[in-house]
Design a protein around this ligand. Sequence first.
Ligand code: FAD
Length: 415
Amino acid sequence: MRIAIIGFGAAAIGFIEKMKNSGHEIHIFEKSKDIYSSSISGIRADGKLFVSKEMGGELDVDLDLQKKLVDFWIEKTGNGDCERGSSFKNLYYYKTFYEKGFQPVISDFYHLGTDQLKEVLFNIFEEYKTLPDIHFHFESPVSKIEIKGDKVSIDFDDVFDKIIVAVGRSGHKLIKTIIKAYPELVLDSSRVDIGVRFELPDHIVEDLNKEMYEFKVKYKSKTGYMVRTFCNNPSGYVVTENYGDFTTVNGHARIKDKSKNTNFAILTTVQLTEPFNDPIGYGSNIAKMSNMLGGDRVILQTYSHFVNSKRTKNLYRVQPTLAKEKYILGDINLCYPRRIIESIIDFAENLNKAIPGITHPDNLVYAPEIKFYTNTLNNHEFKNLKFIGDCSGYTRSIIYATAHGYLMAEEILGA
Ligand SMILES: Cc1cc2nc3c(=O)[nH]c(=O)nc-3n(C[C@H](O)[C@H](O)[C@H](O)COP(=O)(O)OP(=O)(O)OC[C@H]3O[C@@H](n4cnc5c(N)ncnc54)[C@H](O)[C@@H]3O)c2cc1C
C-alpha cells in the first residue's frame, strides 16, 4: 500500500513506529521547514508523559501500551534522563483531596523537559529517515484532501491508497476544509476549556511536587461546571502561546534551569448545547477580548484582585516568571464570563483547604488560558481517510496521540 501521513508529530510517530517494517510505502508531508523548525509538532514543550486511564484523551488505551510508549520516548533521549512521580497513588493524599470534594486523578508521570524534547524528536527522525520505505517531504503543507473512489489525493495531485491525517491542533485549517467537504465526518463539537494559569512560590506546593510531580484533580463547582487542574510545572515558567490572531498563556518546566515558582492551569470545561456549535469561535473571542484589553499582551492579576474585581497595579511577594514585555497588570473580570470566574474562584478556595496557601492574596493569575477541543471525527466514515491524534478529537496528550497512531497502524495491518 502507498500511505500518506499528513504531519509529523506524536500521532504520526506512533503510526510509523508500528508500520515501519511492514513493507508499505510511507510518505510524510510536514508543513515545517525541517526537523529543527520551531513550528514542528506539539511535542516541543514540555514533555510530561503519563500513564493513566483517566486523562489524555477519549480513547481506551491499555495501560501496558501506554507504559511501552512512555519507555519508547524515554529511550529516545539517549540517556534515559527524566523526572518521575505518581499522582494520588499515596492514599493519604487521595483521602485528603477526596474529603474536600475533589476527584483525584491517578497516574504515573515522567517528565522529559522542554530542553530534551528537541533532541528526542531529532533522534526519532534520524532513525526513520534511514528506513527504505519511509519518505519525508518537509515544507509540504497540505491544504486539500479528496476522496476518489478507492484512492485519496492531496494538493499536489499525488494519489494514495490511504491518507492518515495527523496534523494536531495547528492543522485546524486543513481539518476545517475537510469538514466543509465531508460534513458527515463530524460526531461532536460543543466543548472548550477556559481558565487561568496560577503561579505561586514552590514552597506552597513543595510536598505535592515531590510526591507527584503533577497533581491532577477535578471538581464539580457550585456553578455546575467541572473544573480541573492541568499542566503543573514545578520550578517552571509561564510562557505565551501564539495562535496567529490571539495569544494565550501556558506553562512549562525544564530539566535543568529551574525557577522558584510553580505554575498550573485551572480550567473550566464549558459544554454548551444547541444551537451552539462553535466552541473554537467562543474560546477565540474570549481570548481576543482579553488581548484587546491587554494591548496585545496577556493579563496578569494578583489572586485577591481577581476575586475582588480590581485592576492590579503592583505585585508583592510573588514575581512572575513570564517576561515583562509579554503581560500587562489588569483585571481579568473585564473579559471573562461571570460563571467561569465564579467556577475558578470556587475551585481555588476549595483547593486552599487541601493546600493552604493557594489563595494567598499575592499569588498570580494569568489569562487567557484556553484549551480547544477539536471536533470528534468519525474514523469509520471512509475506508481510506483516517484521523489520528489531537486533530481527530480523541486525544489531548503525547502518549494518547502516540497510542492512537500505533493502534491505527495495528488496525490497518490487521485488516
Ligand atoms: C505548549 C504545549 C505544551 C504541551 N505539553 C504537553 C505535555 O507536557 N505532555 C503532553 O502529554 N502533552 C502536551 N501537549 C499536548 C501535546 O503536544 C499534543 O497532545 C500532541 O503533540 C498531539 O500530537 P499530534 O501528533 O496529534 O499533533 P502534533 O504533535 O501537534 O503534530 C502535528 C504536526 O502536523 C503538522 N501540520 C499541521 N498542519 C499541517 C498541514 N496542513 N500539512 C502538513 N503538516 C501539518 C504540524 O507542523 C505538526 O508538526 C502540549 C501542547 C502544547 C501546545
